[in-house]
Design a protein around this ligand. Sequence first.
Ligand SMILES: N[C@@H](CCC(=O)N[C@@H](CS)C(=O)NCC(=O)O)C(=O)O
Length: 206
Amino acid sequence: MLTLYHSPNSRSSRIIRLIDELNVWNEIDVQIVGVARNDGTGGHDPKNPHPEGKVPLLVHNGVEIWESNAIILYLTDLFPKAGMGPGVGDPQRGRYLSWLAWYGNVVEPVVAIGVANLSHPVLDVTFRGMPEMIARLARALESAPYLIGESFTAADLLLVSTFTWSPDAAPDNQAIKEWINRCEARPSAKRIAEFDSKHVEQSSDV
Ligand SMILES: N[C@@H](CCC(=O)N[C@@H](CS)C(=O)NCC(=O)O)C(=O)O
């Protein structure tokens, strides 16, 4: 039994998008919960068992799986048929794992440090900055339409979410802009926006 704890228009929306891409709606029970939002609205929802009160959280047979990249890897391994993530033994597996880990280890801190307008030699040396992050992505996307090559995977789904929160977030780079457009033209992007707008009220009943 799989349960996903989700709050509309949040980091868990990309897990909803993955469920749609994997076409496993019947396999996962989606529970809508509220969360504390950056604008001060919302708050901890007692229905959410996440150890830090966050979303997403996946629970499989009583075991909690938290952090978006861990949940994504777990689901693409569990449901390999859709080809959303190279499995163990696939030559592209290492590249897939690296992009998923890079998202959590580099992209999230770099974006947070940028939004907070912080600068410190330790941060710069450890994470580099936005220009280096953009250059890294651009290099990958100048030689292939998607991060792993010719087809859209869950690595694209996760990484592209960095640039789809707000229209101004897209960097001024042709290869990246075209990649964002390719990813967002997929039917799952529209379906998930509709899913979230349908459930948004439910999540504010905290
Ligand atoms: N690194 C985590 C971050 C999860 C996260 O911060 N989620 C936000 C929603 S976008 C949240 O639940 N915030 C509520 C809180 O901090 O209490 C992941 O990617 O899964």
